[in-house]
Design a binder for this molecule. Structure first.
Ligand code: HEM
Length: 218
Protein backbone atom coordinates (compact mmCIF):
# COMPACT_ATOMS: atom_id res chain seq x y z
CA UNK A 1 0.00 0.00 0.00
CA UNK A 2 1.37 3.41 -0.91
CA UNK A 3 0.98 5.89 1.92
CA UNK A 4 -0.03 9.32 0.85
CA UNK A 5 -1.32 12.18 3.00
CA UNK A 6 -4.81 10.94 2.17
CA UNK A 7 -4.45 7.72 4.09
CA UNK A 8 -2.68 9.22 7.05
CA UNK A 9 -5.53 8.09 9.26
CA UNK A 10 -4.35 4.65 8.43
CA UNK A 11 -0.76 5.73 9.20
CA UNK A 12 -1.85 7.31 12.47
CA UNK A 13 -3.72 4.16 13.45
CA UNK A 14 -0.73 2.03 12.61
CA UNK A 15 1.56 4.23 14.66
CA UNK A 16 -0.89 4.24 17.53
CA UNK A 17 -0.74 0.48 17.45
CA UNK A 18 3.03 0.24 17.53
CA UNK A 19 4.10 -1.85 20.40
CA UNK A 20 5.93 0.11 23.04
CA UNK A 21 9.48 -1.32 23.48
CA UNK A 22 9.40 -0.43 27.17
CA UNK A 23 6.75 -3.10 27.54
CA UNK A 24 9.39 -5.63 26.51
CA UNK A 25 7.79 -6.31 23.21
CA UNK A 26 9.57 -5.85 19.92
CA UNK A 27 8.39 -2.91 17.77
CA UNK A 28 7.34 -4.27 14.42
CA UNK A 29 7.73 -1.19 12.27
CA UNK A 30 7.11 2.53 12.41
CA UNK A 31 5.44 4.48 9.61
CA UNK A 32 6.31 8.16 9.45
CA UNK A 33 3.34 10.47 9.94
CA UNK A 34 3.36 12.96 7.11
CA UNK A 35 4.30 16.34 8.45
CA UNK A 36 1.86 18.10 6.14
CA UNK A 37 -1.05 16.34 7.73
CA UNK A 38 0.00 17.71 11.09
CA UNK A 39 0.18 21.32 9.91
CA UNK A 40 -2.72 23.24 11.38
CA UNK A 41 -4.80 25.47 9.17
CA UNK A 42 -3.64 29.01 10.12
CA UNK A 43 -6.79 30.54 8.61
CA UNK A 44 -8.84 29.14 11.50
CA UNK A 45 -7.58 32.13 13.48
CA UNK A 46 -9.42 34.49 11.12
CA UNK A 47 -12.87 33.03 11.68
CA UNK A 48 -15.29 35.30 13.50
CA UNK A 49 -17.02 38.64 13.40
CA UNK A 50 -14.53 41.47 13.74
CA UNK A 51 -15.29 45.12 14.41
CA UNK A 52 -13.01 48.12 14.30
CA UNK A 53 -13.64 51.85 14.52
CA UNK A 54 -10.19 53.39 14.13
CA UNK A 55 -9.85 52.98 10.37
CA UNK A 56 -7.87 55.48 8.34
CA UNK A 57 -8.36 55.72 4.59
CA UNK A 58 -6.40 57.85 2.16
CA UNK A 59 -8.49 58.03 -1.01
CA UNK A 60 -7.93 59.78 -4.34
CA UNK A 61 -9.82 62.87 -5.44
CA UNK A 62 -9.26 65.05 -8.52
CA UNK A 63 -7.92 67.96 -6.50
CA UNK A 64 -7.11 67.28 -2.86
CA UNK A 65 -6.76 63.67 -1.76
CA UNK A 66 -9.13 62.67 0.99
CA UNK A 67 -8.53 61.36 4.48
CA UNK A 68 -11.54 59.41 5.70
CA UNK A 69 -11.77 57.98 9.20
CA UNK A 70 -13.92 54.83 9.07
CA UNK A 71 -15.39 51.91 10.97
CA UNK A 72 -16.09 48.43 9.71
CA UNK A 73 -17.46 44.95 10.23
CA UNK A 74 -15.52 42.03 8.81
CA UNK A 75 -17.29 38.66 8.90
CA UNK A 76 -15.13 35.63 8.20
CA UNK A 77 -16.64 32.13 7.98
CA UNK A 78 -15.22 28.71 7.11
CA UNK A 79 -15.62 27.20 3.64
CA UNK A 80 -16.63 23.66 4.39
CA UNK A 81 -15.07 22.00 1.33
CA UNK A 82 -11.93 19.93 1.06
CA UNK A 83 -10.66 21.68 -2.02
CA UNK A 84 -8.46 19.54 -4.24
CA UNK A 85 -7.34 21.08 -7.51
CA UNK A 86 -6.48 18.67 -10.34
CA UNK A 87 -6.53 15.92 -7.70
CA UNK A 88 -3.30 17.35 -6.44
CA UNK A 89 -3.37 20.75 -4.75
CA UNK A 90 -5.00 20.72 -1.33
CA UNK A 91 -6.43 24.05 -0.26
CA UNK A 92 -8.34 25.27 2.77
CA UNK A 93 -10.37 28.46 2.61
CA UNK A 94 -12.38 30.95 4.58
CA UNK A 95 -14.76 33.43 3.01
CA UNK A 96 -15.44 36.97 4.13
CA UNK A 97 -17.47 40.09 3.69
CA UNK A 98 -16.11 43.45 4.76
CA UNK A 99 -18.35 46.49 5.07
CA UNK A 100 -16.74 49.85 5.69
CA UNK A 101 -18.58 53.05 6.60
CA UNK A 102 -17.28 56.59 6.81
CA UNK A 103 -17.43 58.05 10.30
CA UNK A 104 -18.49 61.43 8.97
CA UNK A 105 -21.80 60.27 7.45
CA UNK A 106 -22.19 56.48 8.08
CA UNK A 107 -22.23 55.85 4.34
CA UNK A 108 -20.67 52.65 2.99
CA UNK A 109 -17.36 53.60 1.35
CA UNK A 110 -16.06 50.10 0.69
CA UNK A 111 -17.61 46.65 0.35
CA UNK A 112 -15.46 43.61 -0.31
CA UNK A 113 -16.28 39.91 -0.72
CA UNK A 114 -13.55 37.33 -0.92
CA UNK A 115 -11.54 34.40 0.28
CA UNK A 116 -8.35 33.71 2.10
CA UNK A 117 -6.97 30.42 0.80
CA UNK A 118 -4.19 28.35 2.34
CA UNK A 119 -1.99 26.10 0.25
CA UNK A 120 -1.04 23.53 2.78
CA UNK A 121 1.89 21.90 1.03
CA UNK A 122 3.73 25.14 0.30
CA UNK A 123 2.39 26.97 3.36
CA UNK A 124 1.43 29.91 1.16
CA UNK A 125 -1.68 32.01 1.20
CA UNK A 126 -3.89 33.60 -1.46
CA UNK A 127 -6.39 36.40 -1.05
CA UNK A 128 -8.96 36.58 -3.82
CA UNK A 129 -11.67 39.24 -3.70
CA UNK A 130 -14.03 41.42 -5.60
CA UNK A 131 -15.19 45.00 -5.04
CA UNK A 132 -18.28 46.48 -6.65
CA UNK A 133 -16.33 48.91 -8.82
CA UNK A 134 -15.62 46.24 -11.45
CA UNK A 135 -12.32 45.15 -9.91
CA UNK A 136 -11.20 41.64 -8.85
CA UNK A 137 -7.88 40.83 -7.21
CA UNK A 138 -5.94 37.63 -6.62
CA UNK A 139 -2.89 38.30 -4.45
CA UNK A 140 -0.61 35.74 -2.84
CA UNK A 141 2.19 35.50 -0.34
CA UNK A 142 3.56 34.37 2.95
CA UNK A 143 2.25 32.88 6.15
CA UNK A 144 4.29 33.58 9.28
CA UNK A 145 3.24 32.07 12.54
CA UNK A 146 4.69 32.42 16.00
CA UNK A 147 3.16 31.16 19.20
CA UNK A 148 0.99 34.25 19.62
CA UNK A 149 0.87 35.97 16.24
CA UNK A 150 -0.25 35.07 12.73
CA UNK A 151 0.93 37.31 9.88
CA UNK A 152 -0.38 37.00 6.31
CA UNK A 153 1.23 39.14 3.61
CA UNK A 154 -0.02 39.16 0.04
CA UNK A 155 0.86 41.13 -3.06
CA UNK A 156 -0.03 41.29 -6.72
CA UNK A 157 0.43 43.53 -9.70
CA UNK A 158 -0.23 43.29 -13.41
CA UNK A 159 2.95 41.26 -14.09
CA UNK A 160 2.14 38.66 -11.47
CA UNK A 161 2.09 35.08 -12.80
CA UNK A 162 0.58 33.90 -9.46
CA UNK A 163 -2.49 36.08 -9.70
CA UNK A 164 -3.27 39.58 -10.81
CA UNK A 165 -5.93 42.25 -11.13
CA UNK A 166 -8.95 42.00 -13.41
CA UNK A 167 -10.80 45.25 -14.02
CA UNK A 168 -13.42 46.64 -16.32
CA UNK A 169 -12.49 48.60 -19.43
CA UNK A 170 -13.66 51.78 -17.70
CA UNK A 171 -11.47 51.18 -14.67
CA UNK A 172 -8.47 50.20 -16.81
CA UNK A 173 -8.75 53.54 -18.49
CA UNK A 174 -9.85 55.87 -15.69
CA UNK A 175 -8.89 54.40 -12.30
CA UNK A 176 -6.43 51.63 -13.02
CA UNK A 177 -5.38 49.44 -10.08
CA UNK A 178 -1.68 48.79 -10.71
CA UNK A 179 -0.78 46.81 -7.62
CA UNK A 180 -2.17 45.67 -4.31
CA UNK A 181 -0.45 44.75 -1.05
CA UNK A 182 -2.07 43.67 2.22
CA UNK A 183 -0.74 42.56 5.60
CA UNK A 184 -3.02 40.97 8.18
CA UNK A 185 -1.85 40.39 11.74
CA UNK A 186 -3.87 38.35 14.21
CA UNK A 187 -2.93 38.28 17.87
CA UNK A 188 -5.60 36.60 19.96
CA UNK A 189 -8.77 38.64 19.59
CA UNK A 190 -7.11 41.50 17.73
CA UNK A 191 -6.79 41.71 13.96
CA UNK A 192 -4.89 44.62 12.43
CA UNK A 193 -4.25 45.25 8.76
CA UNK A 194 -2.54 47.68 6.48
CA UNK A 195 -3.00 47.75 2.74
CA UNK A 196 -1.86 49.77 -0.22
CA UNK A 197 -3.73 49.89 -3.52
CA UNK A 198 -1.70 51.74 -6.14
CA UNK A 199 -4.03 53.55 -8.53
CA UNK A 200 -3.44 55.40 -11.74
CA UNK A 201 -6.20 58.00 -11.48
CA UNK A 202 -6.76 61.69 -12.28
CA UNK A 203 -3.47 61.75 -14.22
CA UNK A 204 -1.32 60.66 -11.26
CA UNK A 205 -0.15 57.50 -9.55
CA UNK A 206 -1.78 57.43 -6.14
CA UNK A 207 -1.23 55.25 -3.03
CA UNK A 208 -4.71 54.46 -1.72
CA UNK A 209 -3.94 53.36 1.84
CA UNK A 210 -6.19 51.75 4.43
CA UNK A 211 -5.53 50.50 7.92
CA UNK A 212 -7.59 49.44 10.89
CA UNK A 213 -7.48 47.49 14.14
CA UNK A 214 -10.40 45.15 14.82
CA UNK A 215 -11.56 43.15 17.80
CA UNK A 216 -13.31 39.80 17.60
CA UNK A 217 -16.84 39.73 18.95
CA UNK A 218 -17.51 37.06 21.55
C1 HEM B 1 -10.92 49.79 3.88
C2 HEM B 1 -10.78 49.72 2.59
C3 HEM B 1 -11.15 50.79 1.62
C4 HEM B 1 -11.79 51.98 1.80
C5 HEM B 1 -12.32 52.57 3.09
C6 HEM B 1 -11.88 52.61 0.52
C7 HEM B 1 -12.45 53.85 0.30
C8 HEM B 1 -12.40 54.53 -0.87
C9 HEM B 1 -12.88 55.86 -1.10
C10 HEM B 1 -13.55 56.74 -0.05
C11 HEM B 1 -12.64 56.18 -2.38
C12 HEM B 1 -13.00 57.50 -3.07
C13 HEM B 1 -14.31 57.25 -3.72
C14 HEM B 1 -14.92 58.40 -4.38
O1 HEM B 1 -14.32 59.44 -4.49
O2 HEM B 1 -16.04 58.21 -4.84
C15 HEM B 1 -12.00 55.04 -2.98
C16 HEM B 1 -11.62 54.96 -4.29
C17 HEM B 1 -11.14 53.82 -4.89
N1 HEM B 1 -10.87 52.63 -4.29
FE1 HEM B 1 -11.06 52.23 -2.36
N2 HEM B 1 -11.31 51.80 -0.41
C18 HEM B 1 -10.85 50.68 0.21
C19 HEM B 1 -10.20 49.62 -0.37
C20 HEM B 1 -10.00 49.48 -1.69
C21 HEM B 1 -9.47 48.30 -2.31
C22 HEM B 1 -9.02 47.04 -1.56
C23 HEM B 1 -9.42 48.53 -3.64
C24 HEM B 1 -8.97 47.66 -4.75
C25 HEM B 1 -8.06 46.73 -4.68
C26 HEM B 1 -9.95 49.86 -3.85
C27 HEM B 1 -10.07 50.46 -5.06
C28 HEM B 1 -10.46 51.75 -5.25
C29 HEM B 1 -10.47 52.40 -6.52
C30 HEM B 1 -10.11 51.76 -7.85
C31 HEM B 1 -10.90 53.71 -6.30
C32 HEM B 1 -11.04 54.84 -7.33
C33 HEM B 1 -12.44 54.96 -7.76
C34 HEM B 1 -12.82 56.39 -8.04
O3 HEM B 1 -12.70 57.24 -7.15
O4 HEM B 1 -13.24 56.63 -9.13
N3 HEM B 1 -10.28 50.39 -2.64
N4 HEM B 1 -11.88 54.04 -2.05
Amino acid sequence: MILTPKNTNFTQRMNDNIVNPSQNKMPLFKIPIFMNELKKNPLAKLIGTWKGNTGIDLAPKPEEDENNPYYEILTITPVDINIENAEEQELKAVEYHQIVREKSNDKVSHSETGHWIWDKENNRVMNGFSIPRGVCVLASGEVEETEDQLTLTVFTDNNDTNGGIVQSAFMQQKANTKSFKRTFKVTGNTLSYTQETVLDIYGKVFSHIDENVLTKEE
